[in-house]
Design a protein. Structure first.
Length: 322
């Protein structure tokens, strides 16, 4: 849960805390001139405050813990990820797959530490001690960032991290080597588990169809889904509107973000919200199905981006309809 949601939950208790504390406070103020009553009255006033203070302290502690992540080495993972513009949950998911969060891990091939850096790769990244969690995570985050910048698609970037960028460059695909496809699936699965939310399609309970034109781009790569013109569209995730506008092809667009590196883009609709407005997944109306810009029918081009790398939304849609 996001930090602001946690704080909203905490503040919902304030009316109860008010009624628990204010009446005893009034009694204390009225009777404070009587020394023999002062201590017990003060005690009566202070006692109801203790649960409230405990609630506030616990809520802030839980919010901070969950904001950093429910996995080992949360501070180091967060720092390394943010330094490279990565979602901390993505780096955590990669480390979980690579080493199971064992900082002393050594693979049969000789990969070392949390992010399983090969010795030559560690040298290239400036990691002098690959068994030091902070150094290793910083190197792993930088290496993953390089693959994302090179391949632009998250599945290809993860495949390059696992099988090497050369293997991915040769086929422009996830190499079918018996290991890498499962590696990519597992990292993405752990990522969605850590996030606690998977993006949903814009149609709520409304009917839609998949336009059979494949996973395509370049704005950015995604899938086309279609419903009747004027069908209400809803937010794909809980977070805020990051951007809204019109691109060089006159396509209308709106981008939703969770503030940690997960973004979803809609294209071609008639959108109502502006940048900065908060949204709740599947509940906040954001516009209507339309055919704005470079489009031949009412539909939504739907793209998922994680730390800037695109992800094919079809597996998520297939899971949600099972």
């Amino acid at each position: 849960m996001a930090l602001d949601s946690k704080l909203e939950s905490m503040f919902s208790w304030l009316p109860t805390l008010f009624f628990l504390t204010v009446p005893p406070l009034i009694i204390f103020l009225v009777t404070r001139s009587r020394p023999r009553y002062r201590l017990p009255t003060l005690t009566v006033w202070l006692l109801p405050l203790l649960p409230g203070f405990a609630l506030i302290a616990f809520t802030l502690s839980q919010a901070t813990t969950e904001a950093l992540g429910s996995y080992p080495y949360p501070e180091a993972i967060h720092a390394a990820a943010v330094s490279q513009g990565l979602d901390p949950a993505l780096l955590a998911a990669l480390v979980r797959q690579e080493s199971g969060f064992d900082p002393q891990a050594i693979s049969p091939a000789g990969a070392l530490g949390l992010a399983q850096l090969m010795p030559a790769t560690a040298d290239y990244l400036g990691v002098s001690n690959p068994f030091d969690p902070v150094q290793n995570l910083a190197g792993g985050a930088r290496y993953l960032r390089e693959q994302l910048d090179t391949f632009q698609q998250l599945d290809l970037a993860l495949a390059a991290y696992n099988a090497g960028p050369g293997a991915v460059s040769r086929c422009q695909c996830v190499p079918a080597n018996g290991e890498t496809p499962g590696y990519v699936r597992n990292v993405l699965g752990s990522y969605w588990q850590y996030k606690g939310q998977e993006p949903v399609l814009p149609y709520g309970v409304g009917k839609y169809r998949l336009v059979r034109n494949g996973y395509h781009g370049p704005h950015p790569r995604g899938r086309d889904f279609a419903s009747q013109c004027g069908t209400p569209l809803y937010a794909p995730l809980s977070g805020h509107v990051a951007r809204r506008g019109v691109d060089s092809y006159l396509n209308t667009y709106i981008v939703f973000a969770d503030g940690q590196g997960l973004e979803v883009l809609y294209l071609h609709g008639e959108y109502l919200l502006g940048a900065g407005e908060k949204v709740v997944q599947g509940q906040t109306p954001v516009g209507f199905e339309a055919s704005m810009g470079n489009s031949t029918e009412c539909h939504t081009h739907y793209s998922i981006l994680i730390s800037g790398g695109t992800v094919d939304p079809l597996p998520l849609v297939d899971r949600s309809t099972q």
